[in-house]
Write a protein that binds this ligand. Structure first.
Ligand code: GLU
Ligand code: ZN
Length: 495
């Protein structure tokens, strides 16, 4: 039987790392097995469903360039792929469960249920949850009350005795005593919509899903799902619960750790290739050494048996490193369109760009290509080339243990030495600075650093001489003069 897997999100919020990892594992497993990957929207909780979240889901996977074989937008033989459009099917099967004695209507009011809970709490009762008050109502009586329009939900009968188990492909055998399963969960709400459990298993069955790869937090629902499959007389799919995604502190990854939603990574300057590669390594490894995997590699290499049982740790620094590597792998000619939106957003180039700006950026790219971890780093790296520098700080301009007056001398000599620098090669200019430092008995760094800060406004910049070539001699000299004036004003102020 051909593998069929699904990603079944409930769009209530933005796509986050955990969800995307579930989707990727499903996608790569399907591709590697020559099977199908399906998107199903689980929107039975209409109060929490959001259109915006659904759009974010489409945008996220479009950006990642991950596509499903069947889904709401592309159709397929087992649609509709949105649960709110499948109500009739759920109703039909819910009726069947009632008919066959596996489910029953419950007329208990919210007040009554609250009271039951209070009493259980007071009595420190071992049994928590619904007290099965309506389980043994006479079916004829119950039917009459429904026909009279009495509000009710439908509950599933959990067997009172025995055990239920399933064999998870990662976690091994999971066993529960039936008495430990939530007593008779609601499968159909009073609004006539199914709960997650009922809809989920009916759909997995009808969509011919063979493997359920989902987050570990769904393990407790497993036994209930198995009992539902049994009640229908259907074969359950293979379950495969994925290890948790943790922060470095061992806590479940959350906003406290940093960005978690994909849109934040997208806007923050990450490349989809880096996200796919790194997120896949959180809880999966090919062997002990290989780290780089393209989407195409994973489409062939991904296997379930290499998913770890232990939680995966999401390391933001490691992701940044991967991202830098992927920027390096991107040919220079393709970097410009990637950084342009960041430069435009920062107001550093016009929108649309002028041809002068365009050419300037072309010449900048070799200087920053090796230095970016995030695409957004281009803003800081190019600021001094694309915008003016006219403020400095004493702190930045003064090397350690060097006085203002000395830095003034240094900058004045540097300026003289720089005369005509544009006509010399980078190596020649470096030699000029070497010779100057030697002649004056200065450390090379004590010469370079003030010049760098004067010209770029920052201590961290792309290579200095290359940068000066780009901004040209006039601007370079003007900035050194500006910094000199700033220092002189400060020197006088000190006296
Ligand atoms: N709708 C559930 C979720 O949002 C799906 C769980 C499952 O895959 O069964 O996680
Ligand atoms: Zn009841």
């Amino acid at each position: 039987m051909s593998v069929r897997v699904r990603y079944a999100p409930s769009p209530t919020g933005k796509q986050h790392i955990g969800g995307v990892r579930t989707a990727l594992f499903n996608y790569f497993f399907a591709r590697a097995q020559g099977g199908q990957f399906i998107l199903r929207i689980e929107d039975t909780d209409q109060q929490r469903f959001s259109e915006e979240a659904l759009q974010d889901l489409y945008d996220t996977f479009e950006w990642l360039d991950i596509h499903w074989d069947e889904g709401p937008d592309v159709g397929g033989p087992y649609g509709p792929y949105i649960q709110s459009q499948r109500s009739d099917l759920y109703k039909k099967y819910c009726d069947q469960l009632i008919e066959e004695g596996h489910a029953y209507p419950c007329f208990c009011s919210a007040e009554r249920l609250d009271q039951v809970r209070e009493e259980q709490k007071k009595a420190k009762s071992k049994i928590q949850g619904y007290d099965r008050h309506c389980r043994d109502l006479d079916p004829g009586e119950a039917k009459k009350r429904i026909e009279e329009g009495e509000e009710h939900v439908i509950r599933f009968k959990i067997p009172l005795e025995g055990k239920t188990h399933f064999d998870d492909l990662i976690m091994g055998t999971i066993k529960r005593k039936n008495e430990d399963i939530s007593p008779d969960p609601v499968i159909m709400k009073s609004d006539g919509l199914p709960t997650y459990h009922l809809a989920n298993i009916i759909d997995d069955h009808h969509m011919k899903i063979t493997h359920v790869l989902r987050a570990q937090e769904w393990i407790p629902s497993g036994p209930l799902h198995v009992l539902l499959y049994k009640a229908f007389g259907w074969e359950a799919p293979q379950f495969c619960h994925l290890p948790m995604v943790m922060g470095k502190d061992g806590q479940k990854l959350s906003k406290r750790h940093g960005a978690t939603s994909l849109i934040q990574f997208r806007e923050g300057g990450y490349l989809p290739e880096a996200i796919i590669n790194y997120v896949d390594l959180v809880g999966w490894s090919y062997d002990d050494s290989r780290e780089f995997f393209s989407k195409e590699d994973l489409e062939q290499l991904f296997t379930i048996d290499k998913i770890n049982k232990a939680p995966g740790v999401f390391d933001y620094k490691k992701l940044d490193w991967f991202n830098g590597q992927y920027i390096r792998k991107t040919p220079e000619s393709e970097v410009k369109p990637l950084i342009m939106p960041y430069l435009q957003k920062a107001g550093m180039v016009s929108n649309p760009v002028t041809s002068t700006e365009d050419q300037l950026i072309d010449s900048c790219i070799p200087l920053i290509h090796e230095r970016m971890k995030l695409l957004s780093d281009s803003v800081n790296l190019l600021k001094f080339i694309l915008t003016d520098v006219n403020t400095w700080t004493i702190e930045d301009l003064l090397p350690k243990k060097v006085e203002v007056s000395e830095v003034i001398t240094i900058l004045q000599s540097a300026k003289e030495a720089l005369a005509g620098f544009e006509k010399r090669s980078v190596e020649e200019n470096e030699q000029v600075f070497h010779d100057l430092a030697e002649a004056k008995g200065w450390k090379l760094g004590n010469l370079m650093m003030p010049v760098r800060v004067a010209v770029t406004g920052t201590k961290q910049s792309p290579p200095l001489f290359e940068s000066m070539m780009l901004i040209g001699s006039d601007v370079t000299m003007k900035r050194i003069d500006g910094a000199l004036k700033f220092l002189q004003d400060n020197e006088n102020g000190d006296n």
